[in-house]
Design a protein around this ligand. Structure first.
Ligand code: GLN
Length: 206
């Protein structure tokens, strides 16, 4: 079987790291900046960066509506950090007028861990990502990250923060073909999140 072709939206953010993580997880990767590239891919990654900037660039590059249509058609999409915000149906603490692509029945709180804390690392409980009680913990890197404040009934919780002030907060979810993490697995050497997404794309491919 040929490896699935997974796009990485390449308007802003940490694109190269996702390309490498996807290739290390058994996919072919393609950077996506135009509608014809979006049509070609079996799945798409929305990288971390700045959600308001990515939203503006999606309009500038005429990708906002085509991407919303592909999401509605069942395209597998994985959003990391700003990408999680873009996939959320509802945002708290968004910029004035900020819109999302939507698709995930969640409310995310932007910059939820506090503006004073730029980045930090946490161990997560994530049995569905291969990080159950008897596995190595999923070590996650957060950068001005959101969290999931509330999730609808169809949303599966993939990971929560294990302990500390944010203990129990939901930081990874899946609903149908959509997956999102508040953290950045692409900048760690642990590829379990990308492997799960590549598996999801492969299973959904015609
Ligand atoms: N705080 C950023 C936003 O609102 C997300 C940060 C990130 O992607 N690392 O888009």
């Amino acid at each position: 079987m040929t490896r699935p072709l997974i796009g990485v939206l390449a308007l802003q953010g940490d694109v190269r790291e996702h390309v490498r993580a996807l290739e290390a997880s058994g996919a072919r990767a393609l950077t996506v900046r135009r509608a014809s590239e979006l049509t070609a891919v079996d799945g798409l990654v929305l990288p971390g960066g700045e959600s308001t900037t990515i939203e503006k660039l999606l309009h500038t590059f005429d990708l906002f509506s085509p991407l919303q249509e592909r999401i509605a058609d069942g395209l597998p999409v994985y959003g990391s950090c700003a990408g999680m915000i873009l996939l959320a149906d509802r945002i708290l603490d968004g910029a004035p007028g900020q819109r999302t692509l939507g698709g995930l029945d969640v409310t995310v709180r932007r910059n939820a861990f506090g503006r004073q804390v730029d980045s930090f690392e946490e161990d997560l409980d994530a049995p569905l990502l291969g990080a159950g009680p008897s596995d190595p913990a999923l070590h996650a890197i957060f950068i001005r990250a959101p969290w999931v404040e509330e999730a609808g009934p169809a949303v599966e919780v993939l990971a929560t923060v294990r302990s500390g002030p944010a203990g129990g907060k939901i930081v990874a979810v899946r609903q149908g073909a959509l997956m999102a993490t508040a953290f950045h697995p692409e900048i760690s050497s642990d590829h379990r999140v990308h492997e799960v997404f590549v598996g999801l794309v492969a299973s959904r491919r015609g």
